[in-house]
Design a protein around this ligand. Structure first.
Ligand SMILES: Cc1ncc(COP(=O)(O)O)c(C=O)c1O
Length: 388
């Protein structure tokens, strides 16, 4: 029997030592007082928010970043007490939950500011808030010319405390940094205008992973790193000056190995027909687990240290590989869809290239129903299944 971690014979393996080493490498890259926020939204980019957040905090991160209020509440329920910034849009209806869970909201509308102020006042709290300036991403946030008047209104609400001012870069991962510098100049001009008005924000932050790695001038008081924590680089153009190690592997045990005669077909639509007598193996994991259907007849897997092709359509819960070229394959052998096996490796970047997408999408797609197996110091320290 292969190793059994609980839940099902398919799992995502997370190397917490890699997470810790990546946080430490990023930290070494920062100067003096700059703090590090671990962005753990979207279930820590598929890696599992709670364990990644704990590891990042133990390794030197001081802040956590999430997108939604519920993501923040989930971390509070897991017992994490570090400051948590909600990066996403926070509607006024979410104010009570923000205040009750001591989350730090990003505020960009007066309605939300007023709702937060009222809930904070009721509880006798002064809730710290961050404002977001839209310097060129064009998604949400205050326009540069709106910030001073808005900040004055918020400053006048005694139960709110202006703590952070941030913006987000649209092209920091590209070779041409001119638009990023333009955004940075707009942001700095807003900071100066606010300071002239006596509005000083103790936490100014703008840098994502790409800017953290390549543009030290943008580090300011806090950097917000997501992808790099997980050991991946935001783009081929991002320099490799900070050494990172991928933390995630996607694995399963083969559920069945069988011989097919030439002409037999595999999967929905019969898109693969055996060109010769073949040995095929079933991988009990499919697109509902985050292994995208677009990898049908395109993906690759590792079995006994060798690369083998995904054949036929990827189904919701299973897929098939052709192991004809690998001697002695048995049911229960380990199969790797992302990660290493012996000397061989399939990187999340390679899967992303096959799909015409980015590595972010590959790891965040890994579904909650797939068990997460956490390794540290050569042993499994936690298994999270759908039921636990
Ligand atoms: C506002 C904000 N800050 C920081 C990040 C982290 O970006 P990255 O994963 O490229 O480090 C994200 C992720 O999309 C984000 O939305």
């Amino acid at each position: 029997m292969g190793q059994w971690f609980g839940g099902r014979p398919a799992w995502a393996e997370i190397d917490l030592e890699a997470i810790a080493a990546n946080v430490a490498a990023l930290q070494r890259h920062l100067s003096g007082p700059t703090q590090l926020m671990a962005v753990v939204k979207a279930n820590a980019y598929g890696h599992g928010a709670e364990m990644v957040a704990r590891t990042a905090l133990e390794s030197g991160a001081t802040w956590l970043g999430v997108n939604t209020v519920d993501e923040g509440v989930q971390l509070r329920r897991a017992g994490l007490t570090a400051p948590i910034l909600v990066l996403g849009h926070c509607p006024p209806q979410e104010a009570a939950k923000v205040v009750a869970n001591h989350l730090t909201p990003t505020v960009t509308t007066l309605e939300t500011a007023l709702a937060l102020a009222s809930d904070s006042a009721e509880r006798g709290l002064a809730t710290p808030v961050h404002l977001k300036v839209d310097t060129g991403m064009g998604r949400y946030g205050l326009l540069p010319e709106e910030v001073v008047a808005f900040a004055r209104r918020v400053a006048a609400l005694p139960s709110l405390r202006l703590e952070g001012l941030w913006t987000h870069f649209a092209t920091a991962d590209e070779a041409d940094k001119s638009f990023t510098w333009q955004q940075f100049r707009v942001y700095q001009a807003v900071v100066r205008r606010l300071e002239e008005d006596g509005l000083v924000f103790p936490l100014r932050h703008v840098a994502n992973s790409a800017a953290t790695i390549d543009l030290p001038e943008t580090h300011l008081d806090l950097v917000r790193c997501g992808l790099s924590i997980y050991g991946l680089y935001p783009s081929p153009q991002t320099s490799r000056t900070v050494p990172l190690r991928p933390a995630l592997a996607l694995k399963a045990h083969l559920a069945r190995v069988c011989r097919l005669p030439a002409g037999a077909s595999v999967g929905y639509g019969r898109t693969w027909v055996a060109p010769r007598p073949s040995v095929i193996a079933l991988v009990p994991l499919g697109y509902a687990d985050g292994y995208r259907r677009a990898l049908s007849n395109r993906g690759v897997a590792l079995v006994r240290g060798q690369r083998v092709p995904v054949i036929g359509r990827v189904s919701m819960d299973q897929l098939t590989v052709d192991v004809s070229s690998v001697p002695d394959v048995r049911s229960d052998d380990e199969v790797v869809l992302i990660g290493r096996q012996g000397e061989a490796e399939i990187a999340a970047d390679e899967v992303a290239d096959m799909l015409g997408t980015i590595n972010y999408e590959v790891t965040t797609a890994i579904a909650a129903r797939l068990p997460r197996v956490y390794w540290r110091g050569g042993e499994v320290v936690r298994v999270q299944t759908l039921l636990e």
